[in-house]
Design a protein around this ligand. Structure first.
Ligand code: CP
Length: 309
């Protein structure tokens, strides 16, 4: 199995060799502008900075033209479905769709069965963000010089993180060990086999890689943005208590392993999961992740559009 002419929705049907081949390609492939007769449409139904811009650059690096679909000015506003939107764009002759969305009733897996143009999942609700997982694992491999046996500690709002969902899929395939550190209401159900640390200090002692996550208030069923509070007391996570227990401070980082790395998929909240004072620490790889994102997405687009080599 390879990426060529295929949808990339998750890691099903991909093998370790396919991923390592892609990482090798990402390390070597520079902009080549080969596919100048091809067109990509980027459809982002949810906000994005890193993913949308890096895919746009990746597409241009391969010589393709990119068209940005704006849901706000589209016929979705007149009630057209996502499926019908894609069928119409397919009729216009696009060669690639890059899609971020979060409509649970029109998921990418189902849509991909109706659409012939290859679809890349650029982040779907809470269910997955596979290109982010690719760039995360590529960054670990590059910075730590290996993947197998690495120990990744996910810290924070794990339950609402599509990045964690995809990383669990990919890291299992690559032999990476994982653990969680979060308040109970931020822990996902169904992963009882993954070790959970109550204390960040203990988790840090175990981990070689720390991956902090944004608290995704917009996805919390019981969060009321109008009053900036949780409407169901049992699920409430107090912000001050959270920061005290789970935020990365220079004090916590001071005694941590010198060759460990700190990651965050972004966007991060300064003063919540990360304190500004740690951002210049050489172990913090957050902007390297972004840089690697363009490389990984260039290799991914090239693999899907090109001859599979
Ligand atoms: N990591 C990530 O998906 O960031 P954006 O939402 O800015 O694309």
């Amino acid at each position: 199995m390879s990426f060529q002419s295929r949808h990339f929705i998750n890691f099903a049907n991909l093998k370790q060799d396919d991923i390592l081949f892609l990482f090798d390609k990402a390390a070597k492939l520079e902009p080549h502008y080969k596919y100048q007769n091809k067109n990509a449409c980027l459809l982002f139904f949810e906000p994005s900075t890193r993913t949308q811009i890096s895919f746009e650059l990746a597409v241009k690096d391969c010589g393709m033209q990119s068209v940005i679909f704006n849901p706000e000015t589209s016929s979705l506003k007149k009630g057209e479905t996502v499926l019908d939107t894609l069928l119409n764009l397919q009729a216009l002759g696009f060669d690639l769709f890059v899609i971020r969305h979060g409509y649970p009733d029109e998921n990418l897996n189902d849509l991909s069965k109706e659409i012939k143009v290859p679809i890349i999942n650029a982040g779907e609700g809470v269910s997955g963000h596979p290109s982010q997982a690719l760039l995360d694992c590529y960054t670990i491999q590059k910075e730590r010089k290996k993947l197998e046996g690495e120990k990744v500690l996910f810290v924070g709002d794990i339950k609402h993180s599509r990045v964690v969902q995809s990383n669990i899929e990919l890291m299992k395939m690559l032999g990476v060990n994982m653990a969680f550190c979060a308040p109970d209401s931020f822990l996902p159900r169904g992963y009882e086999n993954i070790r959970t640390f109550d204390s960040l200090e203990e988790g840090m002692e175990w981990a070689t890689v720390l991956m902090f996550l944004r608290t995704q208030l917009e996805r919390h069923a019981d969060f009321n943005p109008a009053i900036e509070a949780y409407t169901h007391a049992p699920h409430k996570v107090d912000k001050e208590a959270f920061v005290k227990k789970y935020s990365l401070t220079s004090e916590r980082l001071k005694t941590w392993k010198k060759d460990g790395i700190v990651m965050h998929p972004g966007p991060f909240n300064r003063g919540i999961e990360l304190q500004s004072e740690i951002l210049n620490d050489p172990r913090v790889c957050i902007l390297k992740q972004v840089e690697n994102g363009r490389r990984i997405r260039r290799a991914l687009v090239d693999s899907i559009i090109g001859d599979g080599k």
